[in-house]
Design a protein around this ligand. Structure first.
Ligand code: PXP
Length: 240
């Protein structure tokens, strides 16, 4: 069985900060806590609309964390940042401004010179390139043709349907085997939670999982008691 790494996506730490555009909570501090708790890597998505992670976050994270996986679309300015900062890994994702979160894998059915150029420029910097794709044979074959070392399988359909039936899980299993048979490293992520992660984590070929929203959501709840207690003490002590 391939050893598995867990990368924690900290985008939504930045989402909370951006709600007030202040300096807390700090994604770098969250990254350090995640590493200390056993995360094998830190993932952030520098979106074109900068709705959560900002350029300065990536600038600070790149030299500070052990393993940074930068998710990016094929836009010129973000590619330039990736080429300058050279994260350990760059995962190319599709991006639409109006989407709430990444909705599907890259469309590899049509020739895409921009994608090819993005892969080439990233690889020249020494970063490991992964493509976020749907768990479909055609997408896997196309990724192999593009010469990348790794793919990340989109687990969104599984995340939406796992309670009703498990054909999305079977699809992930088949895709992981197909990818590994072709010599691709196989990652997975999107919509994985404390409730649904185990069957995916058990897929033997999966080398890396990327999980964000569910972990940040639990962190808020796990920390709420201590956070309120601290404020209660401060407020009461102020009147003593
Ligand atoms: N993988 C990719 C390519 C993503 O775009 C995201 C979301 O940013 C994730 C994994 C993590 O998804 P979630 O936040 O639902 O765990």
């Amino acid at each position: 069985m391939t050893p598995q790494r867990l990368y924690i996506n900290i985008d939504h730490v930045a989402t909370v900060r951006q709600a007030r555009r202040t300096d807390e909570p700090d994604p770098l501090e969250a990254a350090r806590i995640a590493e200390a708790a056993g995360a094998d890597g830190i993932t952030v998505h520098l979106r074109e609309d900068r709705r959560h992670i900002q350029d300065h976050d990536v600038e600070r994270l790149a030299p500070a964390v052990r393993v940074l996986n930068l998710e990016l679309a094929t836009s010129h300015d973000i590619l330039a940042i990736a080429c300058r900062l050279r994260p350990y890994q760059s995962t190319i994702v599709p991006e639409r401004r109006e989407e709430v979160t990444t909705e599907g894998g890259l469309d590899l059915t049509r020739p895409n010179s921009r994608l090819r150029d993005t892969i080439r420029r990233l690889e020249e910097t020494g970063t490991r390139v992964s493509l976020f794709i749907d768990p479909e044979p055609a997408a896997l074959d196309a990724a192999k043709d593009l010469g990348v070392p790794a793919v990340e399988l989109h687990t969104g359909r599984y995340a939406q349907t796992w309670r009703q039936h498990d054909d999305a899980l079977d699809e992930l299993r088949r895709a992981a085997r197909h990818a590994a048979d072709m010599g691709l490293a196989v990652h997975a992520g999107h919509g994985l939670t404390y409730q649904n992660v185990a069957p995916v984590a058990a897929i033997p070929e999966l080398e890396e999982l990327n999980i964000g929203h569910s972990v940040v959501s639990r962190a808020v709840m796990a920390g709420m008691r201590a956070a309120v207690r601290d404020m209660v003490h401060l407020v009461r002590d102020a009147r003593r």
